[in-house]
Each structure stands twice: as C-alpha cells, then as structure tokens.
Design a binder for this molecule. Structure first.
Ligand code: PLP
Length: 418
C-alpha cells in the first residue's frame, strides 16, 4: 500500500457546509412538508443566468472548434494573450495601475489559485489569516503540511489568527514585525464579514510586508462589488505592493462563472523570494514554470467567454449582475436592521454579516432560522472562532427569494429557542 499525505488527516472534521447539509437533511426528514419552503442563503453560489455576451462567445468558440479552420489544440498554459491583455488593460491600466500582460495568469478560479500558490513556496512559511475568513487559505496550508495539528476548540497550531471583531471593524492590523509570519492572506472585500480595507489600512499591510520581507496573498474575488470609489479594488493601488503581493481574482461572482470556471492571478515581475542559501528568486519565474509543468491551461471556449465580459456589452451585463446582487444585499441588510438586528457588510460586498441576538450562538441562530423560518444561513463560527455569535446571509439569490427572506426575518421570534 502507498503512504498517504497524513496532513489531510489533520483537517478538522465536520467542515462547515457538510454540517449545514447534515442539519438541513435531518430537519427535512423530520418535516418533509417544509422542503418547498426552504430558502438557501447559505452557500455563496450565484443564481442568475450567465451574461449573454459570455454565453454567445462560448457558443461561437465551440462552433469554431468543430470546424477545420477554427480548431484549437493546446493553448498557452498561462492563458491566451487576448484575455491577458483585456484583463491588464481594463482591470489595471485603465485604472492607472501598471500591470504587464505577462503578469496575468489565467486559471480555472481563485479557489485553486489560493492553494496552488503554495507549490512555489517552501513548506513551513508561517502564515497569518484574519479570523473569521474564507477557510481555504488555512486548509490548503494544512494539506501542504505548513501547519501543526488542529487545536481543540478550533484552528491549527502554527497559524497566526488575527481577530476580526466588531471593535476593529472586522479588519485586523498586521502582526508585529517580529512575529515570524512570512505569508499573510488578505481577503478584501471579506468573506464572510463584508468588510473592505481602506487605502490606509492596506498601506499598513504593504508596509508591514515590505518591512519583514513577507508575501501578501490578496484575494480580491469580490472587488467588483465595491461601490465606494474611495476603497481600493486592487492591492497594486498601494505603492510598493508590486514587490510584496500576489493578487487573485475570479469571474465567478461578477460574471456568474461559478460553473464555467475562470479566474486569474497577478504576479508582478518585482516579486521575489529567496532560497535557504539566501539567493533571490523572482516568483514570476517559478509561477510561470508551475503553470507550464502542471497545467495545459483553461479551455478555449471559457477564455473566449471571459474575454467577452470585457466587451462593451459584456461590461454592461456584468455591471447589471453586480447591481442586481447588491440590491439584494441592500434589501437583506435593511430587513435585518429594521428587525433590530446588528448588521454589517452588504454595502461593498455581497454578504451581510449579522450579530446573533443576545444569548444565541451561531449554530443556535442557524437552527432557529431553519426551524422557524425555513431559512438556511451560514453560522459565523464555521469561518473561525471569532465568527461565533454571528451568521452570514448571502445576497446571491433570486429577487423573489430575497424578498421572502426579508419577510421571514421580520417575523422571526428570536427568543423562542434561548
Ligand atoms: N475567494 C473567496 C474569498 C471566495 O469566497 C470564493 C468563493 O466563494 C473563492 C475565492 C472561490 O472562487 P472561484 O469560484 O474563482 O474558485
């Protein structure tokens, strides 16, 4: 028998979404008639159809593949030049940020990128994450063997968890310069809290990384949902970030691509790491090599569809999709507030982060909303210890469902299960 990667065995059992599914299934088994009433605002998956600019481009690209003249075989592992250029032009250069086409690496989405970046780093770089945050950053480090064992009560040894609390606006400061942290993950807009770092806050992080020679992995999967023009959408808006940050972006939420699968990373030429002997190595060189060796890239129809999001028609459709979900977020946040619930996020992010009313824990709030209102929310505790006492409502839903959620939140009797 082969030896297995025992790091996988360290992963804490009962990961958030399986536990949610377990509780929902049990409830529906006991209450089969509730099935039709159930509204899922738990998983952050999009609901609205693909922009027609993308679906038509994908259809045309598929037709081309079926013709003698348009057939395509393997493409460049790091992405077709036309898509890399469209991204660099529109998402960066048009906003005054200098990014070269070859600094864009096309992928099948940010989840994979967040994990595969570890392939070009030494195992064991101590990491820092906000708590609560998207669990993939820590779990991929656990799987790679870069952390210690699970800790009773949540988390892993060797990881620096930075508390994101009501008091700090859910935006923790960088760790001390002598903390030993070498990789910091920043998710802005944040999943699950909906908080967004300001220029000043992001500058603090960039200064920190440059002062202690650390790398920032900046996950901007939700940048399209930022409404406030004063907030940074890219870490490269901050001077010096080209020397210390990789940025991940995704078409999943703004382009409705969760099922199509496409995203990208930005890896600037100036970004460097070093060997144990102290030799300096450009990460761009290693990241390029990683793609050349490990992948044959993203399919032709998908890259054509992603490029179509940058056409005039595509841009308008993306904006309409983002506006639609943000109007949902506004309905949800307003419903919470008018019910007297303390709500955060939802203004520059598609998630509303709600404080459980006095005395209730995250999972109690989950059970109560499920049993009383047939609403599935996401318990904050599933995103980290500091998520306890909160739950997340996703704005990714149809308008009819969101209006129903608002009505049901209004009718909830929070005290019923304390
Ligand atoms: N990053 C964050 C913060 C997310 O919340 C998600 C998905 O929910 C992803 C990345 C995954 O994106 P993708 O669909 O591109 O893999």
């Amino acid at each position: 028998m082969v030896f297995v990667n025992e790091n996988y065995l360290k992963l804490q059992a009962g990961y958030l979404f399986p536990e949610i599914d377990r509780r929902v299934s049990r409830y529906l088994n006991e209450n089969p008639s509730a099935r039709e009433q159930l509204i899922d605002c738990g998983v952050g998956d999009v609901t609205e159809p693909l922009p027609s600019a993308a679906s038509e481009a994908m259809a045309r690209a598929s037709q081309e593949l079926a013709s003698q003249t348009g057939f395509k075989g393997y493409g460049p592992p790091t992405g077709y030049p036309f898509l890399r250029k469209a991204i660099a032009d529109t998402d960066y250069r048009a906003r005054g940020i200098a990014i070269d086409d070859d600094e864009i690496f096309i992928s099948d989405g940010s989840k994979g990128d967040a994990g595969s970046i570890l392939e070009i780093l030494a195992i064991g770089n101590p990491i820092a994450v906000a708590d609560p945050v998207y669990p993939v950053y820590v779990d991929t480090n656990v799987m790679a063997g870069a952390t210690g064992d699970a800790i009773d009560g949540g988390g892993y040894q060797g990881v620096t968890y930075l508390a994101a609390t009501r008091e700090n606006g859910f935006i923790p400061e960088p760790p001390p310069l002598n903390s030993g942290v070498r990789v910091a993950y920043i998710c802005s807009p944040n999943n699950p809290t909906g908080s967004v770092l300001s220029h000043e806050q992001l500058k603090q992080w960039v200064d920190w990384a440059r002062n202690c020679d650390a790398l920032i992995v900046f996950d901007a999967a939700y940048e399209a949902f930022i409404r406030d023009d004063d907030l940074p959408r890219s870490i490269y808006e901050i001077e010096g970030a080209r020397t210390c940050a990789i940025e991940c972006r995704s078409f999943s939420k703004n382009g409705g691509f969760t099922g199509v699968r496409c995203g990208y990373t930005v890896c600037p030429h100036e970004l460097k790491g070093h060997t144990q002997q102290g030799d300096v190595v450009p990460l761009h060189q290693l990241w390029t090599r990683r793609w050349q060796t490990r992948s044959n890239g993203v399919s032709w129809p998908v890259q054509c569809a992603a490029a179509a999001l940058y056409s005039d028609e595509g841009k308008q459709q993306v904006q309409a999709l983002v506006d639609f979900y943000m109007a949902n977020a506004n309905i949800l946040r307003t419903a919470c507030e008018s019910r007297g619930l303390e709500a955060f996020g939802g203004q520059n992010a598609p998630y509303v982060w709600v404080a459980c009313p006095e005395g209730l824990g995250s999972w109690q709030a989950f059970d109560l909303t499920l049993q009383q209102s047939q609403l599935v929310v996401t318990p904050g505790a599933g995103f980290g210890q500091n998520g306890e006492g909160f739950f997340r409502i996703s704005a990714f839903n149809s308008r009819a469902a969101v209006e129903q959620v608002a009505e049901r939140l209004d009718a909830l009797e929070w005290t019923a299960c304390t």
